[in-house]
Ligand binder design. Structure first.
Ligand code: MGD
Ligand code: MGD
Ligand code: MO
Length: 686
């Protein structure tokens, strides 16, 4: 299969999909002239995209043809992390990798670890061929927890799956709670719907410790302390109960554990929650009244509120609110955190876990990669990690507690392969870097965690330089390592077909570029939740069976207000608007908009430290020191600083980024990271 190569001077438009880790999953139209992509735009025919792209992805050609794009395989010649490499041919690179992995696999395949996340969300360039390869090899499995594990588990144990309202109907809501979410930065196409609702008279309420760009434009902002959302949700329940703003019929027919939840919620009068959340009591009482008395009412919950110790419980608590008031009865009512569970992806056919046979390799949690790279062999851990194959991820920049991550990646006895577009902080630590194709250069299939459409991405241009798709790298390695199963010969179009299962669906995608899933407009109007009981589970017997609390509760942060007095400020590190995690940080026009790494600090906290704004500050705790520019700003609430992410370490003033400060502790549910459960002190430099 070859990419379409347009004859010189001919212009064509190629349908594709945005690959980035964002709920919007836009449909793209790429204009190609003489084999060169000259413009990437949103497809006006795809309703969720509506012809509009974010600033980042509208610069996609700048990223694709970036002068620093890796165009050929590279072999390390300097110390790890020094970024000194020399070009090497593809054959030699692949032979070297196959020889090293084969040698390790003969004594212990689990010493090899794949490390990947959502650099592309594509099903094919994601785990399509990679999962087959690592299953056949018997490598360690990776628990991909770094983003959504806590919230995902919270949802699964309450609603039954990652399912919820259909995005377009938010436009018809009369009240929208935008909770742990900054859609102007990270979910732009939802924000458009929220504005439509606002123009039609809806009230918008933002619940966020940061006065975000979104908070600026809502009617009300509850600027709570990080990690206190469950307390707020329980107090809202308290008010719903005492004022009888409940849908008794819905509760009786479609929920489980009401009596127990009622008892729990009655322990949370608004005054108690106000103290925990750092909010005025009146604001909580008013929000409860709004939620209890407005129809239809909806919650756009997002992952920003689950990056703390109690993140899973917090999502459980919030996810109970729509069932209490029967909000689900209306298509413009209910809650949406993620829609990814609606998609019937054929994972077994794509990933082929059967290639493991009877082997049951251990699982490494990607969120503790720093500690795990530094662990010796032990009966509990298994073998020491000897090789890492990194694709679609930049762990040295994005994983918590960077000092440990960097120390692990710097191990001279670790063999590291990185498939990348650019010389990221992670690529700098590779033994071999392989140049990867971008979305304009390969095939893929995309689902979404915001809307419910499947999208096809066709290659618009031939690979730039010697870049190859991830799939091809794993196919070629499989051949060199003697894996003869026919599935290792599947081309990318075959993998696309395997992912969706039905050939007619694929033909439809080839013709139109996207297709909608048949999801009901109001999926839980008559209950039918995908839980074991078929009900919205206030009480989860599955959690109780694991020895956990069956009811949602408020779990204070590991590093809460009563913690170590040396670190009096809580720090959150949500994304900068013009980057996508650590992607786009090296795109000059976008970096120019963001300027430099920033810490937003409230004027009172700044004044107490002699910080006036614009100067370099040291942000520190026991894990490390991060230098960045202070911005004295009302976007920060007193007691909380905002370290906007995720810069490349090597572009930071002293070669670090905000993850120098975050910890490797894990959430209550899902073993996810706690990026926003972190305490620091800030001081002027020199
Ligand atoms: N422009 C842009 N878009 C992105 C991304 C990006 O990096 N840049 N990242 C993508 C990815 S991978 C993801 S997972 C999503 C992330 O997008 P979201 O799921 O929206 O999550 P965050 O951006 O982490 O946080 C959203 C908001 O939650 C707030 N928040 C922090 N702590 C708490 C808390 O304890 N409680 C509450 N209520 N709010 C809190 C933050 O201040 C932030 O404004 O966005 C995707 N879209
Ligand atoms: N402090 C702090 N840390 C965080 C977060 C936070 O809010 N605060 N957010 C967390 C979250 S939500 C997430 S999802 C993670 C994100 O962490 P990652 O998934 O690692 O995301 P990126 O940093 O965008 O890195 C993705 C890399 O994949 C590469 N890539 C893209 N497409 C392809 C491809 O087709 N092939 C290959 N081989 N490579 C490709 C890109 O060039 C990029 O360098 O970060 C987490 N880290
Ligand atoms: Mo994420």
């Amino acid at each position: 299969m070859t990419a379409s190569a347009t004859p010189a001077a001919e212009t064509e438009t190629v349908r594709g999909a945005c690959p980035h880790d964002c709920p919007d999953t836009c449909a793209l139209l790429t204009t190609v002239q003489g084999g060169v992509a000259v413009r990437v735009a949103g497809n006006p025919d795809h309703p969720p995209t509506d012809g509009a792209l974010c600033t980042k992805v509208s610069r996609y050609t700048e990223r694709t043809y970036h002068p620093e794009r890796i165009l050929q395989p590279l072999r390390r010649v300097g110390p790890k992390g020094s970024g000194r490499f020399e070009p090497v041919g593809w054959d030699e690179a692949l032979d070297t990798i196959a020889a090293r992995l084969s040698a390790i696999a003969t004594h212990n395949p689990e010493a090899i670890v794949p490390y990947s996340y959502a650099g592309t969300m594509g099903l094919v360039q994601g785990e399509g061929m990679a999962a087959r390869f690592f299953h056949r090899l018997g490598a360690s499995q990776l628990d991909r927890t770094i983003c959504a594990a806590a919230g995902g588990e919270g949802l699964i144990h309450t609603l039954g799956a990652k399912v919820g309202m259909k995005m377009p109907f938010f436009a018809e809501s009369k009240l929208i709670l935008i909770w742990g979410s900054n859609p102007i930065a990270s979910n732009l196409h939802f924000w458009r719907l929220a504005q439509q609702a606002k123009r039609a008279g809806a009230r918008l309420v933002c619940i966020d410790p940061r006065r975000s760009e979104t908070a600026d434009k809502c009617h009300e902002h509850l600027q709570l302390l990080p990690g206190t959302d469950a307390a707020l949700a329980l107090a809202l329940m308290h008010e719903l109960i005492v004022h009888d703003w409940l849908d008794h019929d819905y509760i009786a027919r479609h929920t489980l554990g009401w009596e127990a939840l009622r008892e729990r919620a009655l322990q949370w009068p608004p005054a108690r929650a106000a103290a925990v959340c750092g909010l005025p009591e009146a604001q909580i009482v008013q929000l409860a009244r709004d939620w209890g008395t407005t129809r239809p009412a909806a919650i756009r919950l997002n992952y920003g509120m689950q990056r703390v110790r109690g993140g899973g419980n917090a999502v459980r608590a919030v996810a109970c609110l729509p069932a209490l008031t029967g909000a689900w009865r209306h298509r413009a009512g209910g809650l949406l955190l993620s829609s990814s569970g609606h998609f019937p992806v054929h994972r077994a056919a794509l990933h082929r876990p059967d290639l493991l046979g009877t082997r049951t390799p251990r699982t490494i949690n990607m969120s503790t990669i720093g500690d795990d790279l530094l662990r010796e062999a032990s009966p509990a851990f298994g073998p020491k990690i000897e090789a890492l194959v990194v694709y679609n991820s930049n762990p040295v920049a994005v994983a918590p507690e960077s000092a440990r991550v960097v120390q692990g990646f710097a191990r001279e006895d670790l063999f590291t392969v990185v498939l990348e577009h650019f010389r990221t902080d992670t690529a700098d630590h590779a033994d071999i870097i392989l140049p990867a194709t971008t979305q304009l250069e390969h095939w893929d299939i995309h689902t979404s965690y915001g809307h419910t459409d499947v999208l096809l991405n066709r290659p618009a241009i031939a690979p730039v330089g010697q870049a190859r798709p991830n799939t091809q790298v794993f196919r070629d390695l499989a051949a060199r390592m003697g894996f003869t199963e026919p599935c290792f010969s599947d081309d990318d179009e075959t993998l696309c077909r395997a992912a969706i299962g039905d050939a007619r669906d694929f033909d439809l995608l080839l013709a139109h570029g996207f297709a909608s899933l048949p999801v009901p407009d109001a999926p839980f109007a008559d209950g039918g939740f995908p839980t074991p009981s078929g009900k919205c589970e206030f009480f989860s017997a599955r959690l109780a069976a694991q020895g956990l609390d069956g009811l949602p509760d408020h779990l204070p942060n590991f590093e809460g207000p009563d913690g170590d007095a040396r670190y009096p400020l809580a720090m959150i590190s949500p994304p900068a608007r013009n980057f996508l995690n650590s992607t786009f940080v090296n795109v000059q026009s976008l970096r120019d908009i963001e300027g430099e790494p920033l810490l937003e600090i409230h004027p009172d906290d700044a004044a107490a430290r002699g910080i006036t704004g614009g100067e370099l500050v040291r942000v520190f705790n026991d894990r490390g020191v991060y230098h960045c520019k202070a911005e004295v700003s009302g976007r920060a609430r007193p007691g909380v600083v905002n370290g906007l992410g995720i810069w490349w370490r090597k572009l930071g003033p002293r070669g670090t980024n905000v993850n120098e400060l975050t910890s490797q502790r894990l959430t209550d549910l899902g073993r996810g990271p706690v990026f926003y459960d972190c305490r620091v002190e800030v001081a002027r430099v020199g």
